[in-house]
Design a protein around this ligand. Structure first.
Ligand SMILES: *[C@@H]1O[C@H](CO)[C@@H](O)[C@H](O)[C@H]1NC(C)=O
Ligand SMILES: *[C@@H]1O[C@H](CO)[C@@H](O)[C@H](O)[C@H]1NC(C)=O
Ligand SMILES: *[C@@H]1O[C@H](CO)[C@@H](O)[C@H](O)[C@H]1NC(C)=O
Ligand SMILES: *[C@@H]1O[C@H](CO)[C@@H](O)[C@H](O)[C@H]1NC(C)=O
Length: 431
C-alpha cells in the first residue's frame, strides 16, 4: 500500500521542474465496460450459469479459442468535429479500427455501436478515404473488412492529424472497435504519430490499470507518473524476433520471465527451475495471465484454487471468492537478471475475479491464472491480472519496458514527468 514515502531531493526537483514547463504528455482514462456484453461461454454445468450479467473482465469466453482481446477501453474522437468512439485499448495489436455507421458491423452480436460509437465519414470535414480495401484477422479469430481511411483522432485533449485507420464495414466475431498501441507495422500507429507529430517526445506510454475492483485506470502517452509506483522503475529489454535477413522485428512487448515464486506469509517457494527463462508477453488485451501447465498447476495448488471442470489438468481454474480477503498468499514474478531485474508481487486477492456460482455451499470465483495445456502452443501472456499489479512503461522506440510495483492509493498527488526522446530516464526511484 502506498504510504507517504520520502522522495529523494534530486527527484523532487525534477518533478517540480517538470510542472513549471509545458509537458508533452497525453493523459487518458481507460475503463472497463460496465455495459452488459454477451458471453458465448458463460453456460453449462451446475456452478456456472446463474443469471447474472458479467462484465467482460470475468468472461471465460476470453479463453477460447485464443485469449487475445482487450478488457480496457479508451475513449477517443474521430473526425472533425470529433465523433466519440469507445475502443478496446490493446497493447498486443497495432491497428485503429472503428465501425462505419449503419454497417453490418453494427449488427446484433457484433459491435454494439449505439453504446460504443460508430463513424459517419460524411459528417467529417477532415476525412480522407484511400479507397483501399482491407481485411484483418485478429489472433482470436475475429475478423473485419473495410477501407483504410485517414482522419483526425482526438485523445486525452491531444489531436493527431491524418491518422490511418480501418473503417470497418463487416466482420465476424468482432464485438468492439480497437485502438492497437503495439509496435508500428507497415503503417503508423496512433502512438507513433503522437511522437512523429511532436505531441509527445517519444513513442512510449505508461499503464496504470489500478486494482481489480476499480472501474478505471490511466494511460499516459509520452509520460510516466512517479506517484503511481513504489521503489525503482527497472528497465528490461523487449525481446524481438529475428528476420530471415538478420534484422530484428518487434511485434509484442515480450520480456524475459526468469523466476516465479509463491509467497505464504513471508515464506517464498520457488516454483520454477533454477535455469528457468520464458518469453512472456505483457498484454492488456488478455484478461487473465496465461502460464504453462506445470507452473500454472503449482500456483493453482499453492493458492488454494482448483481446476474447473473438476478433473481437468489445464485450462480454467476457480477459487473460493473469500480468497479476495486473503492477505497472506501472493505470487512473485521476477524478470531478467535475478539480482538486478524487477520483481512484481501479485497478491492472491488480485487473482480473484467475477463470481461464477456456488458449489457445495461455497461461492466460487474465476481464478486469474489460466493454465495453457502443454500441447497447445500458447505463449505465456502476462495479462490484466498481472498488469494491474505493475506500473508498466512501454518504451517502443528503445525497445524496453520499465516495471515497478503499482501504487493503488487513490489519494496520491500525480507527479507526471515526460519520457524524453531517448526513452525512459535512468535511475527513476521513488520511495
Ligand atoms: C458444457 O456443455 C458442453 C456443450 O453443451 C458439453 O459438451 C460439456 O460436457 C459441458 N461441460 C460440463 C462441465 O458440463
Ligand atoms: C434464471 O432465469 C430463469 C428464467 O428466468 C429462471 O427460471 C431460473 O430460475 C433463474 N435461475 C437462477 C439461478 O436465478
Ligand atoms: C467513455 O464513453 C462512454 C460512452 O459514451 C461513457 O459512458 C464513459 O463514461 C466514457 N468514459 C470515460 C472515462 O470518459
Ligand atoms: C445479447 O443477446 C441478446 C439475446 O440473445 C440479444 O438480444 C442482444 O442483441 C445481444 N447483445 C449484444 C451486444 O450482442
Amino acid at each position: 500500500m502506498a504510504k507517504m514515502m520520502a522522495i529523494p531531493s534530486t527527484l523532487l526537483v525534477l518533478a517540480l521542474t517538470s510542472f513549471t514547463t509545458a509537458q508533452r504528455v497525453i493523459k487518458a482514462e481507460i475503463w472497463k465496460p460496465q455495459i452488459p456484453l454477451n458471453s458465448t461461454i458463460y453456460d453449462n454445468s451446475t456452478i456456472y450459469g446463474t443469471n447474472e450479467t458479467l462484465s467482460r473482465r470475468s468472461i471465460i469466453a476470453q479463453l477460447t479459442p485464443k485469449p487475445d482481446r482487450s478488457l480496457y477501453w479508451i475513449n477517443v474522437t474521430l473526425g472533425t468535429p470529433g465523433q466519440p468512439q469507445s475502443l478496446q485499448l490493446d497493447t498486443g495489436s497495432n491497428v485503429l479500427l472503428v465501425p462505419a455507421v449503419g454497417s453490418s458491423l453494427c449488427s446484433p452480436g457484433l459491435i454494439p455501436c449505439a453504446a460504443l460509437g460508430s463513424f459517419d465519414s460524411s459528417k467529417s470535414s477532415t476525412f480522407s478515404n484511400t479507397n483501399q480495401a482491407t481485411s484483418e484477422t485478429f489472433t482470436d479469430g475475429a475478423s473485419v473488412s473495410g477501407n483504410w481511411i485517414y482522419d483526425t483522432v482526438g485523445i486525452g485533449g491531444g489531436s493527431v492529424a491524418g491518422q490511418l485507420a480501418i473503417l470497418g464495414t463487416s466482420g465476424s466475431s468482432i464485438t468492439e472497435g480497437v485502438l492497437g498501441v503495439g509496435f508500428p507495422a507497415s503503417w503508423p500507429t496512433l502512438n507513433h504519430n503522437l511522437a512523429a507529430q511532436n505531441i509527445i517526445s517519444s513513442n512510449s506510454y505508461s499503464l496504470w490499470l489500478d486494482q481489480a475492483s476499480s472501474a478505471s485506470g490511466t494511460i499516459l502517452f509520452g509520460g510516466l507518473n512517479l506517484a503511481r509506483f513504489l521503489g525503482t522503475l527497472l528497465k528490461v529489454p523487449i525481446i524481438g524476433t529475428t528476420n530471415s535477413d538478420g534484422s530484428t522485428a518487434y511485434n509484442q512487448a515480450t520480456v524475459q520471465l526468469t523466476r516465479v515464486a509463491t509467497i505464504n506469509g513471508l515464506l517464498p517457494t520457488i516454483m520454477t527451475p533454477l535455469t528457468y527463462s520464458e518469453n512472456a508477453i505483457l498484454d492488456t488485451g488478455t484478461s487473465l495471465t496465461i502460464l504453462q501447465q506445470d507452473l500454472a498447476t503449482s500456483i493453482i495448488n499453492a493458492m488454494g484454487a482448483q481446476y474447473y471442470p473438476s478433473g481437468s489438468t489445464s485450462g480454467n481454474a476457480i477459487v473460493p471468492c473469500s480468497a479476495a480477503n486473503n492477505n497472506a498468499l501472493s505470487v512473485n514474478f521476477h524478470f531478467s537478471n535475478l539480482l538486478t531485474g524487477p520483481t512484481i508481487n501479485v497478491p492472491l486477492s488480485q487473482l480473484v475475479l467475477g463470481i461464477l456460482g456456488s458449489l457445495d455451499g461455497t461461492t466460487y470465483c474465476q481464478f486469474g491464472i489460466y493454465s495453457a495445456p502443454a500441447s497447445a502452443g500458447y505463449p505465456t501472456i502476462l495479462g490484466d491480472t498481472f498488469l494491474r499489479n505493475a506500473y508498466a512503461v512501454y518504451d517502443l522506440d528503445t525497445h524496453h519496458v520499465g516495471l515497478a510495483q503499482a501504487v493503488y492509493d487513490s489519494h496520491v498527488v500525480d507527479r507526471i514527468i515526460e519520457i524524453p526522446a531517448g526513452g525512459i530516464p535512468a535511475g527513476i526511484v521513488v520511495g
